[in-house]
Design a protein around this ligand. Sequence first.
Ligand code: ZN
Length: 167
Amino acid sequence: MQGENEEKMDPILKSDEEWMRRAIHLSQAAVEHGNEPFGAVLVKDGTMVFENENQIYTAHDPSFHGEAGLIRRFCEETGVTDLREYTMYSSCEPCFMCSGALVWARLGRLVYAAGNRDLEALFGREGCDCSRLVFEHSAHSPEVTAGVLREESLRVLRAYFSEHPKG
Ligand SMILES: [Zn+2]
């Protein structure tokens, strides 16, 4: 009974946090696999359809980010090229390249945890609203929710980049 009430409270927020927890888990897994701490999950109609973690070092592909890599792999495997009905959860705000990929894939909704400014602050830099800048100047823009489980994502980022300086 209590469970029923909880579900009625805010199912969307609860769901966002659930998926984001998975994306952050993937960001940690990426580190364990020798890559950088970023993960992304693709959801449609309340079901996860794909997930990906950063693979830049193990795939020898500097563009194999969580989000861009996910789109490449998912679209290649399924033949889907229009993600208007999909939501992507990313452990960190998509960079310029990945935001561009989200535009070309016509992603319906983007949810991210830590922002680019949070990430860049770890290196003593200001950063910018990179995804917003790309979306603002593009013909297609996903609906965006920022800051979901931001602190949890930052904990993984901070732990990694305190030991691995970024160029
Ligand atoms: Zn990226």
